[in-house]
Design a protein around this ligand. Structure first.
Ligand code: HEM
Ligand SMILES: *[C@@H]1O[C@H](CO)[C@@H](O)[C@H](O)[C@H]1NC(C)=O
Length: 475
């Protein structure tokens, strides 16, 4: 019941967003030019097919359309005319080779909440500069230094799991990915700042997917206020760091030291929006995948045993866990790595992305009119039997050979591809190492394999599970 109510509320939110986002901007035009629009149905005016999309499993929605219309079809979502792209080639066209013809597009309410200067809303020079800073702060060299700290975060999070009590796995993974996000951004941050960021960010988090009306008392209103306080906290951290003249090589350090060709530095708003942007991009994504990994391993006990063997070997080498994991060890966990890739494919938590055509574009004989949205459908591509044999079965061995080009895009592709992918994978490797060498876990309830969208797919109710500490005898 709860689910139905929240779905309805979600649809209402999408409506209200759609109304001011789309109606004014995109008048559907009839094009008498050369190319014709792709096939597909546009649903009722304004409501379009949004209701259908959000009242059923989006995979089913897209897969049905793809069957009927092929790899490129039109529809209407959030009141906006959209063209969905279910082929690797079309995704590459939009995201990589012709990315200059398509710009990022997000609902205004999201932009306000995260901060309009965050890099993913931008293109061109500003985007390139910021992307480089984020990349540098997450280089292999930087990640190598983070291994012990990430390990410490994971161990201390796991220590709070009480043997045999029901744990909300997603919730725990969110705590963990938040801490790692803070680490990558600020390095070792004073506890008072960390707590202030944590409390206020969790209020913002509740507002992301709530009805965007700025009336006192609403979750949206509260989260805008908390967002304002986050800026305040970040400003304090910056001023303290400037006083101490610390030249740290974390993301904040890179942002503070940046100067463009004309010697311009970034403003505090630009810095704050990008910090919140990275936290936002890092937390729920990583946490959902970590949650899926624990489910997949649990559901495939034979595979779990094989992963345990791989990880116990490392554990034994490290004097039964007395020595910390090393970067080199994380680079050499072949089976675990394939489990991660297969989990990313199966879960495809970023099911699709949005871009907007900045001009009329022709692709494969079809017209993509200026102002229309295009949606590369990552999940469909990852679940297409032409690219992944028997796509419904969880089979890490399929990654013994590299996937065909452009068929595997869990982290997107092209100019806006995810700069956090190696950090996310590192977290997964370290978590798997500790969880399989120290725990056994049972799932509570979610037998039916039901999925919840929050907004990324996670197992229903965040995968409630009971973790039991295992005696750490070597076998
Ligand atoms: C398993 C975890 C993750 C997944 C599946 C994921 C997936 C993605 C995808 C698909 C995109 C591209 C979106 C698009 O093209 O529209 C993206 C962008 C981005 N991700 Fe991740 N991500 C993950 C973790 C992280 C982490 C840990 C960080 C940071 C520490 C991060 C930071 C970003 C940023 C800043 C962007 C925007 C890049 C740009 O616009 O140029 N992500 N992510
Ligand atoms: C939010 O941040 C402020 C600082 O701006 C801090 O005083 C407060 O304790 C934090 N937490 C909450 C829940 O407001």
């Amino acid at each position: 019941m709860d689910n139905i109510v929240s779905t309805i509320i979600y649809i209402l939110i999408l409506f209200s967003t759609a109304l001011y986002y789309c109606l004014s901007k995109n008048k559907e035009r009839t094009n008498k030019g050369r190319a014709k629009l792709p096939p597909g149905s546009m649903g009722w005016p304004y409501i379009g097919e949004t209701l259908q999309l959000y009242s059923q499993d989006p995979n089913v929605f897209f897969a049905q359309k793809q069957k009927r219309y092929g790899d490129m079809f039109k529809t209407k979502i959030l009141g906006c005319p959209c063209i969905m792209l279910a082929s690797p080639e079309a995704s590459r066209f939009v995201l990589v080779t012709h990315s200059h013809l398509f710009k990022p597009t997000y609902p205004r309410s999201k932009e306000t909440m995260i901060g309009p200067w965050a890099l993913f809303f931008h293109e061109g020079n500003y985007h390139t500069h910021l992307k480089k800073l984020v990349h540098n702060s997450l280089s292999p060299e930087a990640l190598r230094k983070l291994v012990p700290d990430i390990e410490a975060i994971i161990i201390s999070c796991m220590q709070t799991w009480e043997s045999g009590l029901i744990t909300n796995t997603f919730h725990e993974m969110k705590k963990l990915s938040f801490e790692v996000g803070i680490l990558a951004i600020f390095g070792h941050l004073e506890i008072k700042y960390k707590n202030a960021l944590k409390e206020n960010y969790s209020i913002v988090d509740k507002g992301y997917n709530s009805f965007p009306t700025n009336l006192p008392g609403t979750a949206y209103h509260k989260s805008l206020l908390a967002r304002e306080r986050l800026n305040q906290i970040i400003r304090e951290i910056i001023s303290e760091r400037k006083q101490k003249k610390l030249l740290d090589k974390d993301l904040l350090g890179y942002l503070l030291n940046f100067k463009d060709e004309r010697g311009q530095t970034l403003t505090e708003d630009q810095i704050a929006d990008n910090i919140i942007g990275v936290l936002f991009a890092a937390q729920d994504t990583t946490a959902s995948v970590l949650t899926w990994i624990l489910k997949y391993l649990h559901d495939n006990q034979k595979l779990l045993e094989a992963v345990k063997i791989e990880q116990r070997a490392v554990w034994t080498l490290n004097q039964e866990g007395e020595q910390p994991l090393t970067w080199a060890q994380t680079r050499n966990m072949p089976l675990t790595h394939k489990v991660i890739l297969e989990s990313l494919r199966m879960a495809s938590i970023i099911s699709f992305t949005f871009r907007e055509a900045v001009t009329d574009v022709e692709y494969d004989g079809f017209l993509i009119p200026k102002g229309w949205k295009v949606m590369p459908l990552f999940r469909n591509i990852h679940h297409n039997p032409d690219h992944f044999v028997d796509p419904k079965s969880f089979d890490p061995a399929r990654f013994e050979v590299a996937p065909k080009p452009n068929t595997f895009m869990p982290f997107g592709s092209g100019a806006h591809a995810c700069p956090g992918n190696d950090l996310a994978k590192l977290e997964m490797l370290i978590l798997i190492h500790h969880v399989v060498t120290k725990y056994r876990w049972e799932l509570v309830g979610s037998k039916g394999g039901k999925v919840q969208y929050s907004p990324f797919p996670v197992p229903l109710n965040g995968l409630p599970a009971k973790f039991y500490k295992e005696p750490t005898t070597n076998q």
